[in-house]
Design a protein around this ligand. Structure first.
Ligand code: GAL
Length: 359
């Protein structure tokens, strides 16, 4: 009898011991999932930095904070939807926030994500000039970060090795816009006076995409030996209504002198088209119109002959690359200075190939 009791007791002790061991394994997982917000959160960033020496396995089902500069931006809407879909498809918990084109607001959102202890951040900065501050913040918290769409300089990124930029080389899109004009029967010189007279509708000039597209679209014409005349250059901040207003004003001022309308993006080009139609001008007959992005609306207009062409800014390709880089960071990858930009190619879209891009 005594023997059976003793045996029973030792079995009980063993079971208790095993249970205790098991529960020792679980807390890290519990902390990341059920995060008892205030108490544990303060420790999370430090815990993460403490682990930096040993690369961790990619956190399937981790939490990701996505900061977008402005939800009303048409292209970034396609981009953020693609990001959300890809991340959720891989089992991540994603929170996407709208910076409302306000850098102070976005800084707060980044700080909130850090306090919540997200596993990684994907940030589309409101202002490229805020890159230093954003990088310092994520670095201090040790959060792996992918910057998207607004490219900082290589020097700015070099200070933090768990940081990577995913985007496109905007020079390429500008060059392609110029080529779209050179590919027209009269190379953009509709009135045959020996020069291409254009207006430029620019995105937010603080953004390198706007700077390069403006510069390289015209450079492509000049490099091809064409003479150019800039009738006007106006910032439209990527917005359709601004494109419409600007082109309405320019058409009123310069009338038939305008042969080419360069828009730094499609949303402004769609606005421009409304004003071109209102002025009884006909695209591809007495005026040319090009954009960038390949928004669905622009693809329809290219197909209908109401836009000369556009350039695919591959939102899905960039979102896919951003998630890929994020997972590499989560797996412990660090980036050497000068190797922190990952580019996705632009593609020229004309009536000949537009159907390839339509869903
Ligand atoms: C560009 C895009 C624009 C606008 C901008 C925002 O790459 O072509 O339409 O979304 O990014 O930074």
């Amino acid at each position: 009898m005594k023997k059976t009791l003793a045996l029973l007791l030792s079995v009980l002790m063993l079971v208790t011991l095993l249970a205790a061991c098991g529960s020792n394994d679980t807390p890290p997982a519990d902390t990341s999932g059920g995060d008892t917000q205030q108490t544990d959160d303060a420790n999370t960033p430090e815990d993460t930095t403490g682990d930096t020496e040993e690369p961790e396995a990619p956190a399937a089902g981790g939490t990701i904070g996505v900061c977008i500069y402005q939800f009303t931006d048409a292209f970034m809407t396609t981009y953020r939807n693609a990001l959300q879909e890809i991340l959720e498809g891989k089992g991540y918990q994603v929170t996407t926030v709208d910076g409302a084109n306000d850098q102070a607001k976005q800084n707060e959102q980044i700080n909130n994500f850090i306090t919540q202890g997200v596993d990684a951040l994907i940030i589309n900065p409101v202002m490229t000039s805020a890159a230093d501050q954003i990088i310092a913040t994520v670095q201090a918290a040790g959060i792996p970060t992918v910057l998207i769409n607004r490219e900082p300089t290589a020097d700015q990124m070099a200070v933090y090795d768990k940081l990577v930029y995913v985007g496109c080389d905007a020079r390429q899109s500008g060059t392609m816009q110029g080529e779209l004009i050179l590919d027209t029967p009269n190379k953009g010189d509709i009135n045959g006076d020996g020069k291409i007279s254009y207006i430029m509708v620019q995105g937010d000039p603080e953004n390198v995409d706007a700077q390069y597209r403006t510069e390289f679209s015209v450079k492509a014409l000049v490099d091809a030996g064409m003479e150019v005349e800039e009738l006007n250059l106006t910032r439209g901040d990527w917005m359709r209504e601004r494109g419409q207003e600007i082109v309405a004003n320019d058409l009123a001022q310069f009338g038939e002198q305008i042969e080419v309308v360069f828009c730094n993006n499609d949303d402004m080009a769609i606005g421009a088209l409304q004003s071109i139609v209102a002025a009884n001008r006909k695209v591809n007959e007495d005026i040319y119109l090009v954009g960038v992005d390949a928004l669905d609306a622009a693809l329809n207009e290219v197909q209908a002959g109401n836009m000369t062409g556009t350039v695919l800014n591959d939102a899905v390709g960039q979102a896919t690359a951003a998630v890929e880089q994020m997972e590499l960071l989560l797996g412990g990858k660090t980036y050497a200075a000068g190797e922190q930009s990952v580019y996705v190619d632009y593609v020229k879209v004309t009536p000949d190939n537009v159907s390839d891009f339509m869903k």
